[in-house]
Write a protein that binds this ligand. Structure first.
Ligand code: PLP
Length: 404
């Protein structure tokens, strides 16, 4: 039976500002899969899709919490055992002046509340370009004006400090940095972080530091520095969680740590807490896995890093021998953002790569990039055999397409 349409439900006009490129390509992928092709997925930042296993003591802790009856709503800001473990870990990483800790449904939910409680329509947050698309989607939703600064590919994808300084205006409320970075794999130097802290001091800005990949440092000679530890006098909100380093993205557990002078942050944190209370709590039993994760055995991390190092090296070697591809070696996380020397738009490139070779990567323009440049983002989490197959197909695609 067809039901006659008599009226339409219109989405809010602000939804025109929200896009999420990573998911857009999924529609093309569904079509390719329906035609019976097996797709090699190099687009999913979920280690559990590949050969990475959740530490068993965390599964034990979460199931024990369910058996022990922690199945109602939990504490809105986070269960005390979780908050204490997050605080202890942050202090051991050099965080001082901790003013608040907030646990949510993945860091993504806390990021949404922290931006919502900060921004009036027309305000702006300086976000990196390229960026992790969640930020643009949330900022679009709450009516922020876009204001992004470039990451410099020629300088190992470090934030361009001059560009940040030039873009600060009276409606700028915060500077966001993602360190280690998605999509470039860069880790920020002490000099970069000091420069950003100085800009925040000079212009009374909040720093938002997304450090969800802080434990996935691939190169032994590379140090991850938290800006909250470096600049205890500056208001900073640091985002982190269990999804990536503790291999449970589906548990949806993340958090934010507020540091800096109490007087700078008090009213703002009260506003964030209101939103957290209104949505009741993060998943209660899974909050009981936070302390075991942070305080228990960390052996899995060495295994994860060793796999990432091999897969990163294989990716860099492939890029260095492939015409039209050049790559700044990623030093952390599990993403590579190679530059493509191609005549067409990178969305067309990745779409046809998917249709013809059944390899799924995301186009650089989905993350933002300097005008005139083209990239694609590769997730190098898959096993070496799968990566080798995928890279052979991309090489073949490039050779046939451009006849080099
Ligand atoms: N921040 C960055 C930079 C990410 O790459 C991701 C996920 O890919 C998130 C935040 C969200 O993570 P979650 O909500 O699972 O904590």
């Amino acid at each position: 039976m067809t039901i006659p349409v008599t009226y339409q439900i219109a989405p809010a006009t602000r939804m025109a500002n929200v896009s999420y490129a990573i998911r857009d390509l999924a529609v093309v992928a569904d079509e390719v899969a329906r035609q019976g092709h097996e797709i090699l997925y190099l687009n999913i930042g979920d280690p559990c899709t590949y050969d990475f296993a959740t530490p068993p003591h965390m599964i034990e802790a979460a199931t024990r919490a369910m058996r022990d009856g922690f199945n109602g709503y939990g504490d809105s800001l986070g269960e005390p055992s979780a908050v204490n473990a997050i605080r202890a870990r942050a202090e051991s990483n050099g965080f001082q002046n901790i003013q608040g800790i907030m646990v949510g449904f993945g860091s993504g939910e806390v990021i949404d509340h922290c931006l919502t409680a900060l921004i009036n329509p027309g305000d702006n947050v300086l976000t990196p370009c390229p960026d992790y698309p969640l930020y643009g989607a949330v900022l679009g939703k709450i009516g922020a004006e876009p204001n992004s600064y470039f990451l410099s590919e020629e300088n190992g994808w470090q934030p361009d400090l001059e560009d940040i300084a030039a873009r600060i205006n009276p409606r700028t409320k915060a500077i966001l940095l993602i360190n280690p970075n998605n999509p470039t794999g860069a880790i920020y130097s002490r000099a970069t972080l000091e420069g950003i802290a100085e800009l925040a001091r000079r212009h009374n800005l909040l720093i938002l530091a997304d450090e969800i990949y802080d434990q996935l440092i691939i190169d032994d000679d590379c140090e991850h520095i938290s800006i909250a530890a470096l600049a205890p006098d500056v208001p900073v909100i640091t985002f982190n969680g269990l999804s990536k380093a503790y291999l449970v993205p589906g548990w949806r557990i993340g958090w934010a740590i507020a540091t800096g002078p109490a007087e700078s942050l008090g009213d703002y944190l009260d506003a964030v807490y209101k939103l957290l209370r209104a949505r009741l709590s993060a998943p209660h039993p899974f909050m009981y896995a936070i302390a075991p994760a942070l305080e228990g055995p960390q052996d899995h991390l060495a295994i994860v890093r060793a796999k990432l190092r091999r897969r990163r090296d294989l990716t860099v070697q492939w890029a260095s021998r492939t015409p039209r591809v050049s790559l700044t070696s990623p030093r952390g996380a599990f993403y590579a953002f190679p530059k493509l020397d191609i005549p067409e738009d990178d969305k067309q490139f990745v779409t046809e790569l998917l249709q013809q070779q059944h390899v799924l990567c995301v186009h650089g323009s989905g993350f933002g990039q300097r005008p005139g440049t083209r990239h694609m983002r590769i997730v190098f989490l898959p096993q070496e055999e799968l990566l080798e197959q995928a890279y052979a197909k991309i090489t073949d695609f490039i050779a046939k397409r451009y006849q080099d």
